[in-house]
Design a protein. Structure first.
Length: 187
C-alpha cells in the first residue's frame, strides 16, 4: 500500500475524480481507503476534498463526544469528527500517520465540509460495482446503516461507508453551527 503525503495532500486520483460517478455495472468506482485500528474502511472519492496532517484541533464545549473540535482550514472553521468514537470505540492515539480527511456532506443548508480523524490513509482503489456487496445484516462492529456496501478487494472485504449517514443530519446540524462560528481576530 502507498502512503499519501499528509501535509496537504490531494491524491492525484482525488484531483481527477471531478467527473460524475460511474453508473453501469461494468464501470469502476473510486474509493479512498483508510484504517481505524485493524479495520479497513473506504469513502467514495467524490465526497473527499483533501487530506491534511493532524494538527491543532480546538475543543468546543458541550458538543457530543465524537466531535473532537474545530480546525482553521484556510480561514474557515471546519468541525472534526473522531470516527472511532462515532463508531462506539475508544478514541485512538494520535500518531505521525494520523490525519484528517476533509469530506463534503449534505445538510439542510447545503453542502458542509467536515473533517474525520483516521489512523492512516492507505490508497485510492477502483472497485467495480459488481464487486460491491450489500451491507451485512449482522456481524459488523459498526451500525449497519453507516455501511453503503462491502467491496471485494484482493480476496478481502473493505467496508464502504455512507458519509451522509455516518455524519447524519443531527451531526451535520451541530457541525454547521460550529462551522458558522467566527474565527478570532489575529493578535
Amino acid at each position: 500500500m502507498q502512503e499519501t503525503d499528509k501535509k496537504t495532500a490531494t491524491p492525484s486520483a482525488v484531483a481527477k475524480a471531478g467527473g460524475e460517478p460511474a453508473q453501469s455495472a461494468g464501470e469502476q468506482h473510486q474509493y479512498l481507503t483508510f484504517t481505524l485500528g485493524d479495520d479497513m474502511f473506504a469513502l467514495g472519492i467524490l465526497a473527499i476534498r483533501e487530506i491534511i496532517e493532524y494538527g491543532q484541533v480546538t475543543e468546543v464545549p458541550m458538543t457530543p463526544p465524537f466531535i473532537r473540535g474545530v480546525i482553521n482550514l484556510r480561514g474557515a472553521v471546519v468541525p472534526v469528527v473522531d470516527l472511532a468514537v462515532r463508531f462506539g470505540r475508544q478514541s485512538r492515539e494520535i500518531t505521525r500517520r494520523t490525519c484528517i480527511v476533509i469530506v463534503e456532506v449534505l445538510s439542510a443548508k447545503g453542502r458542509q465540509e467536515m473533517g474525520v480523524v483516521v489512523d492512516a490513509v492507505s490508497e485510492v482503489l477502483e472497485i467495480p460495482e459488481g464487486d460491491i456487496e450489500p451491507a451485512p445484516e449482522f456481524g459488523s462492529r459498526i451500525r449497519i446503516d453507516f455501511i453503503q456496501g462491502m467491496g471485494k478487494v484482493a480476496g478481502k472485504f473493505v467496508v464502504i461507508l455512507d458519509v451522509n449517514r455516518v455524519l447524519s443530519a443531527e451531526e451535520v446540524s451541530i457541525a454547521a453551527s460550529l462551522g458558522a462560528m467566527e474565527l478570532p481576530a489575529a493578535a
